[in-house]
Design a protein around this ligand. Structure first.
Ligand SMILES: [Fe+2]
Ligand SMILES: [Fe+2]
Length: 325
């Protein structure tokens, strides 16, 4: 590169950075063709691809229960929900691709165990009531986390989140309704509902990520207006929502320390086991190996579909070239 070229590049970056900073300051959107800092691109690629992986891996614990759903209606509802999650994965992989990393690469990283996904999907789903607890707590936590992401500074991510959030609301309602029916059922069904809430409560609180003081990337993400609220703020909001909804269910939250702190204006909760969180994230949770094995199998089983789609696309492209000639 010549000295002039370097200068030109530096000028270009300086001008780009100014436009980027102005857009962020004015709360406007950054679009794929805009200049953006390399760290912004990297951080978003990581966040959006992890989010996409979570949607896809998250299909497994629930898909396992489609054949065991207790009625035709429940089966249809659960099937629709699991299909929605596949759709969420697709929107998000597409949004991540606009930042320059091809989807194949992201999938390879997941399959090779290099990429992360939400720790929550590494817990076992033991009873039908767990499907209710997942919808209510896990999709509920996802909504809390994701509604502010609809305003994320990166356009394709924010727009994908709008539709995702609408579908998540349906997911939460279906989970709540399963629990409500069980809570009003036989004593065994009620006990099953309470047991499921007991097991999924703490892992769902941990979905918001580590406490603010242990979350070094959050600050930058908030400056860039990707994230609008801190992990602890979102977690506190979620606890407040659950406190009201559990009353309607007539069940209990397995947390005696839940209280509203007037001074901070936040809901407080009992201690969480962050060592467990780290272990699960590091691949040593109860179902990590099983989830990854199933994902690899599904990828291999789907090879013929990808091959057929590529062959079809190549044939169509060849036809157009012949016509053009
Ligand atoms: Fe989802
Ligand atoms: Fe969902």
């Amino acid at each position: 590169m010549t000295a002039t070229a370097i200068e030109t590049r530096a000028d270009h970056d300086a001008a780009g950075e100014k436009v980027f900073n102005d857009l962020i300051a004015q709360d406007m959107r950054i679009e794929p063709r805009d200049w953006m800092p390399a760290d912004y691109r990297k951080s978003l690629t990581r966040q959006i691809s992890q989010h996409a992986h979570s949607e896809i891996i998250g299909m497994q614990p629930e898909a396992n229960w489609i054949t065991r759903a207790p009625s035709l209606k429940r089966k249809a509802v659960l099937m629709a929900k699991v299909q929605d999650e596949a759709g969420h994965g697709l929107y998000l992989y597409s949004a991540a691709e606009t930042l320059g990393t091809p989807r194949d690469q992201m999938t390879e990283d997941l399959i090779a165990g290099k990429a992360r996904y939400s720790s929550i999907f590494n817990y076992p789903v033991l009873t039908w009531a767990d499907i209710g607890a997942i919808g209510w707590l896990v999709d509920g936590a996802a909504i809390c986390n994701q509604v502010p992401l609809c305003r994320a500074s990166y356009g394709p991510y924010g727009r994908a989140m709008v539709r995702i959030c609408k579908e998540e609301s349906f997911h939460q309602r279906q989970g709540f309704e399963i629990l409500l029916e069980l809570a009003n059922g036989t004593p065994e069904q009620r006990a099953m509902a309470q047991d499921a809430v007991n097991r999924w409560y703490a892992p769902s609180l941990m979905m918001f990520g580590p406490p603010d003081e242990d979350s070094p990337n959050s600050q930058k993400s908030m400056e860039w207006k990707i994230k609008r609220f801190s992990n602890d703020e979102l977690r506190s909001r979620f606890v407040g929502m659950m406190v009201e909804q559990i009353k309607v269910l007539g069940l209990d939250l397995p947390d005696k320390d839940v209280r509203f702190d007037e001074e901070s204006g936040r809901w407080e909760h009992g201690p969480l086991d962050w060592n467990e969180f780290k272990e699960v994230l590091a691949g040593r949770g109860p179902c990590n190996a099983q989830r990854m094995e199933r994902r690899r199998e599904a990828h291999e089983d789907g090879a013929w579909v990808r091959d057929a789609a590529s062959a079809y696309a190549a044939r169509q492209a060849a036809k157009h070239t012949t016509k053009a000639a």
